[in-house]
Design a protein around this ligand. Structure first.
Ligand code: NAD
Length: 490
């Protein structure tokens, strides 16, 4: 096999330098649509990670970065955004070949986060990082003393940035943007499944005017890397995006050193189809919204709630639309909407859920198997279940695959109750012609984000209620998460 030698190979980025892993070890990333290797990645060790943490600590404690002028931090973020703009074709190729992202999603996966980095750059300048509080009177010997307080948002320190692989640039931008804007230093440890976009960002940063040690990137397969990063007493904060079980483990580990913890976790979001919603309009939105990218998104509305008497009609329309317009295959085909799932293990996990759905008595309306036209690659058919009860496994747990559960409700009160009967609280959707009613219902839905009729604001705060997370990303909310509040009184 000579192919391994022709693969693009990547190192780790520590203290302003590209290096190989200290053992020289590497691992390969497959194209999930073809199972062919696409890149060779440095398989870093715990010692490599330690060197990165030390570099970030030193850069924070002894370097000029945390006192850098706001305009300098803004300029760094603009330079990163400009560099990414220039590398968009490379990023596009990586998303297609290593993440199975369909071409219809790539624009939003690249353009919005680049815009977002500039927005964080502007916020670095505009953010009101120092506020004077109204004076207070203090009884003091010999009279009254008037005290003034200055509230200062300080950087939090060394940040462990642990993202997952789906929508990689958006997740990176939501950590890098506020992290840099507030003057923190950081160690990124991307998902071993797809670290290519993280590596491309590192290549861009290496060309920017950022003091060494401020930004470090460690790739590797060992779960010890993430665990060590969270355990390290040299790290002040963890910003994590991933699953609920890992998030809980991180919170437990971080508690030992009382690190600041920010968790963006999974979801099992519900779309409430109200009685006045036009089924012809909503059926395609509901089906495509989950199936595109093989359902590998945190906020997908994988529970569709519809009035009992309209369930049959909705299922028919969703199935018809999917069969006619939702093409499955290798995302090099621009018409493909459902690409592969990221790995064989993910496919097997999803298939386990499909079996559970059948076993629990849900009606399999569409899909449920492996597509015959794709003998290679980790594909799962777009799968639609009807007559799902909210306590079934397929409705209670996040599948992270192309599987929709349609759940009938009696009336709106029942719909709200079902939507809220979940351990998750990430997102939700309401489909109706009556926006005022939708807003009133949205306020009763216990999730961090609610979309009415498909509206979405990538610059708003995002995050979860309940087990879907802790803290918020997005703009000012994100900046606050990456700062410590200090009160100076005189
Ligand atoms: P995961 O929890 O398995 O892994 C996420 C990251 O954590 C990876 O980088 C992994 O290497 C690392 N990790 C694993 N064990 C660790 C440990 N003990 N300590 C520290 N780090 C550790 O999640 P995944 O399967 O990669 O991602 C899918 C999940 O991410 C889904 O639940 C999805 O909903 C969620 N997600 C959430 C958001 C959001 O914004 N809320 C966005 C995207 C994805």
């Amino acid at each position: 096999m000579t192919i391994a030698h022709t693969l693009p190979a990547y190192g780790i980025y520590v203290d302003g330098e590209w290096k190989t892993a200290s053992t020289g070890a590497t691992y390969t990333i497959p194209n999930p649509a073809t199972e062919e290797p696409v890149a060779e990645i440095a398989d870093a060790t715990r010692d490599d990670l330690r060197a990165a943490i030390i570099a970030a600590r030193r850069a924070f404690d002894d370097g000029p970065w945390r006192r850098a002028a706001r305009m300098d931090r803004r300029n760094v973020l603009y330079a990163i955004a400009d560099g990414l703009e220039r590398r968009k074709d490379d990023a596009r190729r990586m998303l297609l070949s290593a993440a199975g992202v369909p071409q219809a999603m790539i624009g939003v996966q690249l353009d919005k986060p680049i815009e977002m980095l500039r927005w964080y750059g502007d916020l670095a300048v505009k953010f009101d990082a120092e506020q004077v509080l109204p004076p207070v009177e203090l009884a003091a010997p010999g009279g009254v003393r008037v005290c003034t307080s200055l509230v200062v948002h300080q950087p939090v320190g060394v940040c462990a940035m642990i993202p997952t692989w789906n929508g990689p640039l958006i997740i990176i931008a939501q950590k890098l943007g506020p992290g840099i804007a507030m003057g923190n230093t950081m160690v990124f440890k991307p998902s071993p499944l797809m670290p290519l976009i993280d590596l491309l960002v590192a290549e861009v940063i290496a060309e920017c005017d950022l003091p060494k040690g401020v930004y470090n990137l460690i790739t590797g397969q060992s779960p010890d890397l993430g665990q060590d990063l969270v355990e390290s007493p040299m790290v002040d904060k963890v910003s994590f995006t991933g699953s609920v079980p890992t998030g809980k483990r991180i919170a437990e580990t971080a508690a030992r050193t009382l690190k600041r913890v920010h968790l963006e976790l999974g979801g099992k979001s519900a779309a409430l189809v109200l009685d006045d919603a036009d089924l012809d309009q909503v059926a395609p939105v509901l089906a495509a919204g989950v199936f595109i990218g093989a359902g590998q998104g945190c906020s997908r509305t994988t529970r569709v709630l519809v009035q009992e008497k309209r369930q049959e009609a909705l299922l028919e329309k969703m199935a018809a639309f999917t069969q006619k317009s939702v093409k499955l295959g290798d995302p090099v085909d621009p018409d493909v909407l459902v690409g592969p799932v990221i790995r064989e293990e993910s496919r097997r996990r999803i298939e386990g859920y499909i079996e559970a759905g059948k076993h629990d008595g849900a009606t399999l309306v569409l899909g449920g198997g492996r597509p015959q036209q794709c003998p290679r690659g980790y594909f799962v058919e777009a799968t639609l279940f009807g007559n799902v009860r909210n306590d079934m496994k397929i409705a209670a747990e996040e599948i992270f695959g192309p599987v929709i559960s349609v759940i009938p409700f009696r009336d709106e009160e029942d719909a709200i109750r079902i939507a809220n009967a979940s351990s998750y609280g990430l997102a939700g959707a309401i489909l109706t012609r009556d926006e005022a009613k939708a807003i009133a219902i949205a306020k009763r839905v216990r999730t961090g984000n609610v979309s009415i009729n498909g509206a979405y604001n990538i610059f708003g705060p995002i995050g979860g209620f309940k087990e879907s997370g802790l803290g918020r990303e997005g703009g000012i909310f994100g900046l606050r998460e990456f700062s410590e509040v200090q009160c100076i009184t005189w």
